[in-house]
Design a protein around this ligand. Sequence first.
Ligand SMILES: [Zn+2]
Length: 462
Amino acid sequence: MFAAGREKQNEVAETSVVRLLIKNGYIIDPSQELNGGKNLLLEDGRVAGLMSYSDPIPDEVEIFDATGLVVAPGFIDMHVHLREPGQEYKETIASGAASAVAGGFTTICAMPNTDPINDSAAVTRFVIEQAERAGLASVLPIGAITKNSAGTELAEMGEMKDAGIVAVSDDGRPVPTAGMMRRAMEYARGFDLPIIDHCEDKSLARGGVMHEGHWSLVLGLRGMPAAAEEVDAERDCALAELTGAHVHLAHVSTRGAIDSVRRAKAKGLRVTCEVAPHHWTLTDAALENYDTNTKMSPPLRTQEHIDAILEGLADGTIDAIASDHAPHHADEKDLEFDQAPFGIIGLETSVGLAFARLVRPGVISLERLIALCATHPARILSLQDRGTFKAGARGDITILDPELAWTFNVSQSKSKSRNTPFDGHQFTGAAIATIVGGRVVHLNPNYQTLHQREAGQFTRQR
Ligand SMILES: [Zn+2]
């Protein structure tokens, strides 16, 4: 049915404008403080405008029935690890993009810690070309801060920016010295690139595999203290003040790091931050069975830190939600806890975990969720034509059903990896359609079954 619709649309494309009308939905666009029932018209992959339900329906239009659904600007996950080039057995750009649209994301940003590292225009161009070939989510590359992310020599940020990077980061291999970070910030500021900062002082983390505290003692595992993150967060906020650079703290997980961001914002510094869903969902008690799917960096922390994350989300200190999607092969995660790699996949559970722990309990509103997933990431990365329904913006849309009950079954994930602690988790609230550049690239199968395809279905009007 869907395929047939596409063929028709292609025929039309030769002679006239391609139109898609998202009809009878509830529009939430925080970029324009817009909140209400409207029809949304796309033309040739761009936003043409919003209309009242009663306005006449244009000629030659495909219709997506969004009755009872929330229509939001396309979600952007600004922190994703795709494993191509180099480790395609864990994830390819195409499989990562498929997982993204299945989770409701229209744009994802690819971290540079591939093999080779993305520290050159050649790798940046490769990522963009592979993503275009896949034709699913937009994939925007992030370049390395230092050559080979080795922390000793700055990478060619200008050449990478010309090739298409949207930020720089040595995520996973934190810039080791304040002196190097200062030079990186001064350089990145010149190219108007945000620095995405993995805060971890290795001299404090000392090879720790989990949060240092009660549970690391009980389990006999080496801990890394919250201070390892907090020392770097405070250092880099001070450097943001010194240099005037835009510093974005990745995956903040501690009360102290969030406090540093709050103080930096109060001073008017260009400091932003993101949080990952597992950090507001699970505590370090989840490690009690030594499940390596609970091993990530930064590690799961205590309830006190979760409370700080919830406060930061509610009061606006935290700007964005990012999954830190980090695919690993089952054989690698099957090792002893100490030996297993850090990280979990996250693109297909982000929205579910946000509804479960943030929106449904009333920690944040649905509007705030959409700001955290679309409006703010677009602003942080200076993506003017994303994260908004202003006329002319890209036709990237995430359609949500806040009431849809579903179960995450990792065996059906579009990712090539299966490393998640959330297999079998039940959720209420999901992305049910993902539209990229005016093209429906994913329809949630749970939704289609439940509603016997009454809604979320195309019809054609002449
Ligand atoms: Zn990181």
